[in-house]
Design a protein around this ligand. Structure first.
Ligand code: PLP
Length: 445
């Protein structure tokens, strides 16, 4: 426990004074979690509908996970990859048995898992003696924050301040097979895609598109890298999202949900592609450490043994039904999309994502805001139907009250001056009691 655990104001002051200011947090700090609930420093309870951005797959305070991590910490936290690590061998075995893959490399985050994937794809062609290095990715994709993964990310805003960017990446529109075909060249090593673009608004790939991409890659000898950092480990109701598409990748990356909250990354590939790394070509001090491996093994065991995938399917059905009913009733909802328990809810110009996030927060529900008009939910995979219904009801209540008193920042907000924006925010707070702290385009991932 931190000595600041009960002092939000001092936490904020030290954050401002001593942390690099790259995040824009809500006015809250949590110090306890149980199941789908988080408790703030004043003891207020919130339903966590974003689950640490698709990380807390087993919810908070899961007894088995706490026990597995505590026991491992008591025995051995870290020893380095100079030695064999039983938990690492075991988790690699399980992931390979449960997927298309033959081999795994463990790291500590999604970005690192993707870095390894990019290097592996290039190494594969290097060792084959072919000069193929280019990676084609999708516009509006998100693959991480390192120099390699911002280059892979098809969004200029993540790259422009950090030029010169890593060369060898090309971007095409998501779900457009003709653009992809046209972009392929003799230098193309891999196509790298998310199956649901999470960070840019929860946009699922079309099934026909992914099948056509797989066919194109196979015909041209190009590797298909699927980034399942957000969609993997049960999030879509299958252990891996690619299973929904009836294709298999050559390389897949995992992170977030695999550790249930303990940092972890994994890059999985076939035996053929594994030729892209020789001894010494890649590594990580912390990757595959006993603590993270204990967490990963526990998460995979529970997902497979406790019918959690079935729960995801059932609860997802309930949420989609209720959200679609809300959409019929309140035309301000323009789209409900996603898969399993990764869902985006988009609003028209009269409801901003930041305003809705704050309104839900004031009622005790945590979601993320993406872009100006979409909120994303990615709750723990153990959420019950009753809990999910509570969230949908709260959303409905907000939409009902906003019909009478529009609580929002209109879409026109973007064109207001800073002073006008401040005034509008104050008026909203006066009228509704909801504090609007951020109108940022995106919650920081
Ligand atoms: C699809 C995808 N890839 C990669 C990443 C980067 O993961 P990390 O933040 O663990 O580096 C994210 C993070 O949100 C993601 O959603």
């Amino acid at each position: 426990m931190s000595s600041l655990d009960k002092d939000l104001e001092l936490t904020k002051k030290y954050d401002k004074d001593y942390c690099l200011q790259v995040f824009a947090p809500l006015n809250v700090a949590f110090n306890k979690g149980k199941g789908v609930y988080l408790y703030d420093t004043d003891g207020r309870k919130y339903m966590d509908m974003i689950g640490g951005i698709a990380v807390n797959s087993l919810g908070h305070g899961n007894r088995e996970l706490v026990r597995a991590v505590s026991n491992q910490a008591a025995n051995l936290i870290h020893c380095s990859n100079y030695y064999y690590i039983p938990g690492r061998s075991e988790l690699a075995y399980k992931l390979c048995r449960l997927s298309f893959a033959d081999k795994v490399f463990f790291s500590n985050s999604g970005a690192e898992a993707n870095e390894a994937a990019i290097k592996l794809a290039r190494g594969y062609f290097y060792y084959k003696g072919q000069n193929r290095y280019e990676i084609i990715t999708a516009n509006m994709s998100f693959h991480g924050r390192t120099m390699g993964t911002i280059a892979a990310t098809g969004q200029e805003k993540f790259r422009k301040a950090f030029a010169p960017n890593v060369p060898g990446f090309k971007y095409v529109d998501f779900n457009d097979i003709e653009q992809l075909e046209a972009a392929v060249s003799e230098s193309t090593a891999a196509v790298m895609l998310e199956l649901i673009q999470g960070e840019s608004g929860v946009h699922p790939a079309d099934r026909d598109y992914i099948r056509a991409v797989r066919k194109l890659c196979s015909e041209k000898g190009i590797l298909l890298i699927i980034d399942e950092v957000q969609t993997g480990v049960g999030r879509t109701g299958r252990l891996f999202a690619y299973e929904n598409y009836n294709v298999t990748p050559d390389i897949m990356t995992l992170a977030k949900g695999l550790g249930g909250g303990v940092p972890i990354g994994a890059t999985l590939c076939t035996n053929k592609v594994a030729e892209g790394f020789k001894v010494g070509d890649h590594g990580s001090t912390f990757g595959g450490n006993p603590l993270a491996m204990a967490a990963g093994n526990c998460v995979i065991d529970q997902i497979m043994e406790k019918d959690i995938l079935n729960n995801v399917g059932q609860v997802s059905g309930v949420i989609f039904d209720q959200l679609k009913a809300l959409k019929d009733k309140y035309p301000v909802i323009t789209s409900v999309r996603g898969m399993g328990l990764l869902i985006g809810i988009e609003f028209d110009g009269t409801v901003s994502s930041a305003g809705m996030k704050e309104a839900l927060f004031s009622k005790g529900f945590l979601v993320s805001a993406i872009g100006k008009s979409t909120i994303r939910i990615a709750p723990p995979l153990i959420i019950s139907k009753a809990e999910a219904s509570k969230f949908c009801k709260a959303l409905g209540d907000i939409l009902k009250s906003q019909k009478k008193r529009p609580l929002q920042l209109s879409a026109a907000m973007g064109s207001e001056s800073a002073e006008q924006e401040k005034q509008i925010k104050e008026e909203i707070t006066k009228e509704t009691g909801i504090t609007i702290s951020s109108t940022d385009d995106n919650e920081i991932e």
